[in-house]
Design a protein around this ligand. Structure first.
Ligand code: NAD
Length: 357
């Protein structure tokens, strides 16, 4: 039984990782999360009362706090997901991305290095620092048949992807220079339950249900490779617990779709699952509205996930169709979750568990 410290565990992917570990393995978890606008304790509600769960509200940029938490919980693995993650926000206000993704990762790395150096030999040997990153560090794929591999040079386009690229480099440098046992993963776009409604798929579902415009950037022909979040969570646990240190794995869903395809898929599912439409709406797809393109918008991302399949035996279980159906169905069945996000009340929530905050 391991103890795994998960930063950003109240976010979209982090909460899926925490739910996966506590529901599918014998390991225990301590979540470290600042609870920014993207952190939502309701996403942890299904597992928050389990004995293996602990929660610390803290900023990864606070070195003494990170040292205290590492010292208190003595984790075997750190899975680092805490980040500012929304590209549009990084364009409007890059400072928080530099603070959390670069300086915060540096601060956490230093705390982890000092903690790791104090461990007794067997635990020190087994320790892992897992940095969870994005395929956006590779920039645009100009070759329409090509794929990002672990050898693709970094060429980030947005303040978000540049900050994640910087944090990847820091993590590798801490491995090479100080010997910290690290593993890094770079994953394609995730989708699924508990996704914050500012992102394309949940925004499209909720705007569709409300009869509001469904915004699509530019001509909607930007291609992304989509992965169901629970498939990502399973891959991350596999890498964190069995991946060889010093290595990187790309993770992807083999689901390349244009943004317009994605929005149309949501519309088709809504037609089937919610035939009673909002007033004045004949077809959900009539709500599609093309808006000015995002500055610096990358045209295509696609992942070669062959290494993780060959070495660790991971393959996605969901197809795009099955994952999208699960996702739309989840939003239809979990109104309370997204209504609390929309009215802002999720930010006042507490886990309500003594000693867990
Ligand atoms: P998210 O925005 O949903 O969640 C981020 C979490 O980090 C939130 O709970 C937030 O409160 C927390 N956080 C932010 N700043 C913090 C700080 N300074 N200290 C402590 N906690 C802080 O993000 P996500 O979509 O779940 O992404 C998680 C990670 O996975 C990120 O590192 C992201 O770069 C990476 N990633 C995301 C995707 C994707 O499609 N969403 C794809 C590949 C990689």
């Amino acid at each position: 039984m391991r103890k795994i410290l998960v930063t950003g565990g109240a976010g979209f992917i982090g909460s899926a990782v925490v739910r996966y570990i506590l529901e599918q393995t014998r390991d225990s978890v301590v979540v470290v999360d600042k609870l920014t606008y993207a952190g939502n304790l309701s996403s942890l509600a299904p597992v928050a009362s389990l004995p293996g769960f602990a929660f610390e509200q803290a900023d990864i940029g606070n070195g003494p706090e990170m040292a205290r938490i590492l010292d208190t919980y003595q984790p075997d693995i750190v899975m680092h997901l805490a980040a500012e993650s929304h590209v549009d926000r990084s364009i409007d206000g890059p400072a928080a991305f530099i603070d959390t993704n670069i300086v915060g990762t540096y601060t956490l790395l230093e705390a982890a290095r000092h903690y790791w150096q104090t461990l007794e030999p067997v635990k020190k040997q087994a320790f892992r620092f897992h940095h969870i990153s994005t395929d956006e560090v590779y920039g645009d794929l100009h070759d329409s048949n090509g794929f990002f591999t672990e050898q693709t040079p970094y060429a980030p386009s947005s303040p978000y992807s540049a900050s994640k690229a910087a944090s990847d480099h820091l993590v590798r440098a801490w491995s090479r220079t100080y010997g910290l046992p690290v593993v890094v993963t770079n994953c394609s776009n995730n989708y699924g339950p508990y996704h914050f409604p500012e992102k394309l798929i949940p925004l499209t579902i909720l705007n569709g249900l409300a009869g509001k415009p469904l915004p699509v950037y530019g001509d909607g022909q930007q291609i992304r490779d989509w992965l169901y979040v629970d498939d990502h969570a399973r891959a991350l646990y596999l890498v964190a617990t069995t991946g060889k240190t010093g290595e990187t794995w790309n993770i992807g869903g083999h689901n390349e779709r244009t943004n317009l395809d994605v929005v149309e898929t949501v519309c088709t599912l809504l037609e089937e699952l919610v035939p009673e439409k909002p007033a004045g709406v004949c077809h959900y797809r009539d709500l599609i509205t093309f808006v000015a393109d995002r500055p610096g918008h990358d045209v295509r991302y696609a992942i070669d996930a062959g290494k993780i399949a060959r070495e660790l035996g991971w393959l996605p279980q969901e197809t795009f169709d099955s994952g999208m159906r699960k996702t739309v169905t989840w939003y239809l069945s979990n109104k309370a979750w997204w209504q609390q996000v929309q009215d802002g009340s999720y930010q006042g929530q507490r886990l309500g568990l003594a000693g867990k905050e």
